[in-house]
Write a protein that binds this ligand. Structure first.
Ligand SMILES: N[C@@H](CCC[C@H](N)C(=O)O)C(=O)O
Length: 278
C-alpha cells in the first residue's frame, strides 16, 4: 500500500489515495499502521476518496480502529494532498465527511498549499445530539466528577463529541495520561468523548492539550480547537476569534455567532511517503 504521512500541527495520520479503489478493513489497517513501534506511527488513518456530492470524500479512522465522523487537522491535509499532487487545481474545495460537506479555501505558495481555512459549520450544543447523558438541554459549565475531583465541562459536537474542560493550572503540567482516559470512558459520554484541557491566557489566546477518543494524547486536534473556542465564547472567557496554542503549533479559530458558523485556519504538511505491506 502506498501512503503519505502528513500532519496538521503534529496531529499525524497515514493518508492513502483511494480515488481509484477502496482498501479493505480500514479499521484494522489503521490499528496496524498507527503503531509507533510496529507500524508507520500515526494518530490514525485517513482515506482520500472520490465523491458523488463533493470534490472529494474523507474517511478517517483513529489509532484504535474506530471511525471518526470528522477530523479538522485531517481535512486540511486532504486539501493539501489533492492540490499538491495535482488531483485538482481548485483553490476552493468541497470535501464530504461523515458529518456533512465542508468548504475549504486553500492558500498556495510556490505551487504548494501552506494554509487551509475551513468552514466547520455550526457547533452542536444539544446534549442528546452530542451525545452527553445529562438531564439538561445543553451541557455548559456543568460539573463532572472524575477520579474523585469535580471539573467544569462544556460539551460541544463539531460532528464529533468534545468535552471542553477549563483548568487554572499550567496545562503542560496536567496529568493527561492519567485523567484523559477517565474522561474518554466516563458514563456521561455514551459514545466516548474527545477531551480538551484548556488554560485561558487572555481574551485572544488559550493553551490547549487534548486527549482524543480512540487515539490518546495527540499534539493537536482541529475539531477540538473549534469546540474550545465555542466553549470559551459561551462562557464569556475570550473574544470570538482567538489563537489556540497546541503542543504541535497554533490554529486560528473564529466562532461567528451571528451566522452560527465556526472557521478554522491552520497549516498542513507532508512528512514523508512510502510503501507498506499490509
Ligand atoms: N484529530 C482530529 C479528530 C479525530 C477524531 C476523533 N478522535 C474522534 O474520534 O472523534 C481533529 O483534528 O479534529
Amino acid at each position: 500500500m502506498n501512503f503519505t504521512k502528513m500532519h496538521g500541527c503534529g496531529n499525524d495520520y497515514v493518508y492513502v489515495d483511494c480515488t481509484k479503489g477502496m482498501i479493505e478493513n480500514p479499521g484494522e489497517i489503521s490499528r496496524k499502521v498507527s503503531h509507533r513501534h510496529f507500524g508507520i506511527g500515526s494518530d490514525g488513518l485517513i482515506l482520500i476518496c472520490s465523491s458523488d456530492v463533493a470534490d472529494f470524500r474523507m474517511a478517517m479512522y483513529n489509532a484504535d480502529g474506530s471511525e471518526g465522523a470528522m477530523c479538522g487537522n485531517g481535512i486540511r491535509c486532504v486539501a493539501k494532498y489533492v492540490y499538491d499532487k495535482g488531483l485538482t487545481d481548485k483553490k476552493n474545495l468541497s470535501i464530504e465527511t461523515k458529518s456533512g460537506i465542508k468548504k475549504l479555501e486553500l492558500t498556495v505558495e510556490d505551487g504548494k498549499v501552506s494554509l487551509v481555512k475551513v468552514n466547520m459549520g455550526a457547533p452542536i450544543l444539544k446534549s442528546k445530539d452530542i451525545p452527553v447523558a445529562v438531564d439538561t438541554d445543553k451541557c455548559i459549565d456543568a460539573d463532572i466528577n472524575v477520579d474523585g475531583k469535580v471539573y467544569k465541562v462544556t460539551c460541544v459536537s463539531m460532528g464529533n463529541p468534545h468535552a471542553v474542560t477549563f483548568i487554572d493550572e499550567d496545562v503542560n503540567k496536567f496529568p493527561l495520561d492519567k485523567i484523559g482516559p477517565k474522561f474518554e470512558n466516563h458514563p456521561m459520554f455514551p459514545d466516548r468523548v474527545n477531551t480538551e484541557f484548556v488554560q485561558v491566557l487572555n481574551r485572544h489566546e488559550v493553551n490547549m492539550r487534548v486527549w482524543e477518543r480512540g487515539s490518546g494524547e495527540t499534539l493537536a486536534c482541529g475539531t477540538g480547537t473549534c469546540a474550545t473556542v465555542v466553549a470559551c465564547v459561551l462562557n464569556g472567557l475570550t473574544e470570538d476569534e482567538i489563537t489556540v496554542h497546541l503542543l504541535g503549533g497554533d490554529i486560528l479559530v473564529k466562532y461567528d455567532r451571528d451566522n452560527d458558523t465556526v472557521w478554522m485556519t491552520g497549516p498542513a504538511a507532508i512528512a514523508f511517503e512510502g510503501t507498506i505491506e499490509i
